[in-house]
Design a protein around this ligand. Structure first.
Ligand code: AMP
Length: 505
């Protein structure tokens, strides 16, 4: 092992040092040479701060050019990059830091005092700050360091990242992704979706999640292409950038919001060759409406934190609404009986299992949990689906009770635990209900104790202090009792059915 598996491939794909890698909606620009120089300085800083190969670098900062460079620097330094959703509260971050034991925690300047106190308590040796504008202790400390950095050798199976993903029960799990998990998946997607150096991607996704970080960013880097880096998604801005762009990767919410823009027309989107959707189900209705307005068929793909991307609709050929297309080259996908594990045939609904170079190395420090999620070498995704006679994969539901709102995962158990702790609450059930804008709207169904006088505002007030905003219920419904089956399990399907029109219209 003499090279850095992932970064050597990124280097090899650089089209020219003065080629732009990132441009900004306001006109700013950074080249591939800038990326090498800035990541070299930061990699030197990481090493100076004691980051050794395999050490975790935890990062909770706003999306920016420098934040992107921190990812590259971590890879070059042989570290394990650990991005955290910027919406997580300090109480949530505490768990991730205590579980992952990073050598360095990079946070927003606004929370520096609390972050330092937390780091001291948990024994995290080093804290640095980085603001949305690129300033902070990190860039100050790196300013005088050399650009030159010899990439730390890393093999295909060495870890490049850990992304936390919540479980239905218990605590969040750190999905360990190797250099080759990331590289193999990005190369496959680059070729399948035909990305070349001529491409310009509108990048409006967050970079703490697999979609914006590993799918969008790594595909662009490995194609030697360019991205227009938007701090967040804004439908009007996105539309205005389309004449300069060749592609967009988004969650379904991007597309429903674009459809609300009167300016979304065939002409306005004519320059874009590829619209990709994923991270949550794209309604067939959205697919059809988008095609009617623009003449373009959104390409839907399916993946998850633990596996990267597993399936994609075809580049040429029929991009079928309501399906996630075919298994990607090199990836095996099968459907098994959820209870017996028997492999099922065409059109039979069961558990989706996948196997391939994209599948993660396991959950951080949870060997038993990891073992229980594999079945004869296949990873059990937790998604229920089927494969039709023409090979298209369809996801029919989630075995786990995950709610996906605006592309973010909300695990009901976590929200229920917080609600149930509130005086006057007997129990609660958190469900996702169809929502035109968010895909699913988080909804809490709550049983109050006799004589209690709780309101929706009381529940919100507690949750706001404890949970990221995207996890907060859009509605709280008070009921006398929750529906249960004979085994005593709460029937969430009954609740979902009863309130299915809550957000309609
Ligand atoms: P995450 O780990 O945050 O990427 O979430 C992964 C989960 O999102 C998957 O297990 C699926 O339940 C869901 N998901 C991702 N893409 C799709 C899609 N195209 N259609 C339906 N569900 C999807």
């Amino acid at each position: 092992m003499s090279s850095n598996h992932l970064f050597a491939a990124i280097r090899a794909a650089i089209p020219a040092l003065d080629a732009p890698l990132v441009t900004h909606p306001d006109g700013g620009m950074e080249t591939y040479a800038d990326a090498l120089a800035a990541s070299g300085r930061l990699a030197n800083l990481l090493v100076a701060r004691g980051v050794k190969p395999g050490d975790r670098v935890a990062v909770q900062v706003d999306k920016s050019w420098t934040a992107l460079v921190v990812y590259l620097a971590a890879v070059r330094a042989g570290a394990v990059y650990l991005p955290l959703n910027t919406a997580y509260t300090l109480a949530e971050v505490e768990y991730f830091l205590s579980d992952a034991e990073p050598t360095l925690f990079l946070c927003r300047p606004e929370i520096e005092p609390e972050a330092r106190a937390l780091a001291t308590r948990l024994g995290v040796p080093c804290v640095e700050t980085l603001g949305a504008d690129g300033t902070g202790s990190l860039t100050r400390a790196a300013a005088d360091l050399p650009e030159a950095f010899e990439d730390v050798p890393r093999g295909a199976d060495d870890l490049a990242g850990i992304l936390y993903t919540s479980g239905t029960t218990g605590r969040a799990k750190g999905a360990m992704l190797s250099h080759d998990n990331l590289l193999s998946n990005a190369l496959t997607l680059r070729d399948y979706w035909r990305f070349t150096r001529d491409d310009v991607l509108i990048h409006a996704l967050p970079i703490f999640h697999t979609h914006g970080l590993f799918v969008a960013t790594n595909v662009i880097l490995l194609a030697g292409a360019r991205m227009i880096f938007c701090p967040k998604f804004d439908a009007r801005e996105c539309l205005s950038l389309m004449p300069q762009a060749s592609s967009l990767m988004g969650v379904p919410t991007f597309y429903t919001r674009l459809l609300d823009q009167p300016g979304l027309t065939r002409e306005a989107t004519a320059h874009v060759r590829l619209f990709v959707s994923g991270s949550a189900p794209l309604l067939a209705e959205t697919h059809r409406a988008f095609r009617e307005r623009t003449g373009q068929a959104i390409l839907e793909r399916y993946g998850m934190t633990e596996t990267g991307m597993n399936t994609s609709n075809p580049y040429d050929g029929d991009r079928r609404a309501g399906t996630v297309g075919f298994p990607l080259p090199g990836i095996d996908l099968r459907i098994t009986h959820a209870e017996t594990g028997a492999v099922l045939g065409t059109d039979e609904i069961g558990m989706i299992e996948v196997k391939g170079p994209n599948v993660f190395k396991g959950y951080w420090r949870m060997p038993e949990k990891t073992a229980s999620e594999f079945h004869d070498g296949f990873f059990i995704t937790g998604d229920l689906g089927k494969v039709d006679g023409t090979g298209y994969v369809q996801i029919v539901g989630r075995g786990k009770d995950l709610v996906i709102t605006g592309g973010f995962n909300v695990y009901p158990k976590e929200v229920e635990t917080e609600i149930d702790a509130l005086p006057g609450v007997v129990e609660s059930a958190v469900i996702g209900l169809p929502h035109k804008d968010f895909g699913e709207g988080v909804t809490a169904v709550v049983v109050m104790a006799k004589g209690a006088t709780l309101t929706e505002a009381d529940i919100h007030a507690r949750l706001e202090e404890r949970l990221a905003k995207f996890k907060l219920p859009k509605h709280v419904i008070f009921v006398d009792e929750l529906p249960r089956n004979t085994m005593g399990k709460v029937q969430k399907n009954v609740l979902r059915d009863t309130y299915k029109d809550l957000y309609a219209g």
